[in-house]
Design a protein around this ligand. Structure first.
Ligand SMILES: *Cc1c(COP(=O)(O)O)cnc(C)c1O
Length: 406
């Protein structure tokens, strides 16, 4: 079986990124492999979200999807807030114009050092345990600052269809919903400024119906938990989990259905029960994933017992996900193309492999592509999220990939 390019974005990027022809961009970067992110596509993505989600929803960018400082700087001007998951990401976010009170810091195992940096910075710390709550309160006393906190809740429901499930059942993320009232009592006894709740259920979900149901359960849970809070809830982060299509059989998410559902929830549940709450949707992959490509060059073309291999100068050490080793259960091909051949009609079946000496370094297995040879560019799509920084860069000691925002 062979796959062909599936997405409209893919077709747009075959020959140009941000209006620059690929070979010219490669010359500008000075080397392959490289990641290129398209500023205009980022703008379009945010415009689509703004036009489709209700006006009362704040948009937060989850920096871990793509922490390239230029990308975060650009998105800072387009979203309402930034979510970070380490002190390193927090520094990148603090360098942007986004104010500290619009930066939230989530993640299990924040070290006392990281908590201290976060309290000093004045960001909102999304607490993942009672231990963290105690450490934050102590840090606040030591620094003479009242820490801004929210409780990350591990809900009592699960969300089906997520590529990565991060809630329901036993989890290292958040505080179990049934333990939250006790934690709120602990918080009320200390000098912490409780802003509200963060409930993030999972990642890479393409099923709008399931996401809508999760959002409904999320706001209902927040209303129930708010009864145990000493102060009015001013912040409700309902997560995100919006997926993007990676494979030919994937259907893009029905964002319109999600927008309608959120509008209903704001009007019927949030405004009557939590009138002071700023409601935040937090997205990583949906914002950046389709806006980036990974560009490599063919260094060898080989025939082996009836199979044609294109060996490129990149690999899973830069773009692990395309090799199928970042959370996928069954390996499927990410969309791929030969640079500058967007209008080619003739194709042949080839297998694209990276330059690492391991059979895991398979980038596209048995795909139909225009005939290509040594020196041609191979473009891999859907590379804007969880690419470079989610890959084992030190594996085999090859050089790092370059990154550009165009
Ligand atoms: C990873 C993560 C996200 C981003 O997930 P995407 O699938 O990239 O949208 C958002 N919020 C939290 C808390 C996360 O850990």
């Amino acid at each position: 079986m062979t796959d062909t390019i599936a997405t409209a974005t893919a077709l747009r990027h075959c020959d140009h990124v941000g209006g620059v022809p690929l070979e010219r961009l490669a010359a500008r970067v000075g080397t392959t492999p490289f990641f290129a992110y398209d500023r205009a596509l980022l703008n379009e993505r945010i415009a689509l979200l703004r036009a489709t989600l209700p006006a009362g929803i704040d948009l937060s960018y989850a920096v871990k999807a793509n922490p390239m400082p230029a990308v975060v700087q650009h998105l800072s001007g387009l979203v309402d807030s930034l979510d970070v998951a380490s002190a390193g990401e927090m520094q990148v976010a603090l360098d942007t114009p986004t104010p500290a009170d619009r930066i939230s810091f989530a993640g299990p195992g924040k070290t006392p050092q990281e908590l201290s940096q976060a309290v000093a910075a004045g960001v909102t710390i999304e607490m993942e345990s009672a231990t963290e709550a105690r450490r934050i309160a102590e840090t606040g006393e030591r620094l003479g600052i009242r820490p801004r906190v929210a409780v990350r809740v591990n809900p009592d429901f699960q969300v089906k269809g997520s590529g990565m499930r991060m809630s329901g059942g036993p989890q290292q993320f958040g505080v179990d919903a049934e333990q939250v009232p006790a934690l709120l009592a602990q918080i009320a006894a200390t000098d912490l400024e409780l802003l509200g709740f963060h409930i993030f259920a999972g990642s890479q979900n393409l099923n709008a119906e399931i996401l809508c149901e999760a959002q409904r359960k999320t706001v209902d849970l927040a209303v129930a938990l708010a009864e145990h809070a000493a102060e009015p809830i001013r912040y409700l982060n309902v997560g995100g989990g919006f997926g993007i299509p990676y494979f030919p059989q994937d259907q893009p998410l029905d964002l319109g259905a999600i927008g309608e559902n959120l509008a209903g929830l704001l009007a019927d549940v949030v405004t009557p029960n939590l009138p002071d709450a700023r409601v935040v949707v937090e997205l990583g992959r949906y914002v950046v994933g389709e806006c980036g490509v990974y560009v490599t060059r063919v260094v060898d073309r080989k025939e082996s017992r009836g199979k044609t291999f294109l060996v490129v100068d990149g690999g899973l050490h830069h773009q692990l996900a395309a090799s199928g080793n970042f959370g996928q259960v069954i390996r499927r091909n990410y969309p791929v193309a030969i640079g500058g051949r967007g209008d080619a009609t003739e194709t042949e079946a080839v297998t694209v492999v990276g330059c690492l000496c391991t059979p895991l370094d398979l980038l596209a297995d048995n795909v139909e592509l225009p005939p290509a040879d040594v020196g041609d560019l191979v473009v891999m799509f859907q590379a804007g999220a969880y690419g470079l920084t989610a890959s084992p860069a030190a594996f085999l000691g090859h050089p790092a990939a370059a990154e550009v925002l165009v």
